[in-house]
Design a protein around this ligand. Sequence first.
Ligand code: 6GU
Length: 244
Amino acid sequence: MRIDVVSIFPGYFDALELSLLGKAKQRGVIDVRVHDLREHAHDKHRTVDDTPAGGGAGMVMKPEPWGEALDSILTDPETTGEPLIIFPSPAGEVFTQAMAHELAQEPHLVFGCGRYEGIDQRVFEEYAERGRVRLVSIGDYILNGGEVATIAMVEAIARLVPGVVGNPESLVEESHESGLLEYPSYTKPANWRDRAVPPVLLSGNHAAIAAWRQEQSIERTRRVRPELLPPEHRGESRGRHAAD
Ligand code: 6GU
């Protein structure tokens, strides 16, 4: 999978060199290319923003650097097919695990990270007319720009690309994959500061362990995220646990 990122802060994406994603990059499973938007601003100060048309607070990103940056990716001889362009935006559709799976099927994603009060609307219109564009939010809160949202989305998407996560089984039992939150995990020692690992997990009874985990997932989801459960399963919680 190829991923291009356009940003005025390319340094944010140094984080993608670390851990599993960094190794996947080294192995060539994912090909991440980060572009500095300012390379496409040609005045003395490399200006990428200007005052909003119609007045008001803040600054808006100018369309010309965006047009040049995105065109250079789209016309790159190594770009084949039609990349999906994602603009992280608190005004977009909400990113979910289902969307991560959908986007992990794409051979080429382009993330356009806006800052300030956003990007001139004509940029979205231009690329939506010429290809595929989605505005995507990572949740109902405001970040200063699309960079951190892009890192979150790239991590969620890339770990679903075959060959990025070493043991694909570790992908299936996680929160949100089943529609439920994940059950609690324990390791050794069997007792730590007078706290015991639940005995069923040491019983060797695999059916009983699976049943306990399922029950823990449902109960945790009911307590913490009841809206994830079908309405008929949203009954009274048995009370909030200290660690939730
Ligand atoms: Cl994608 N961008 C910004 N600036 N803030 C956000 C967001 C995105 N998603 C949630 N908050």
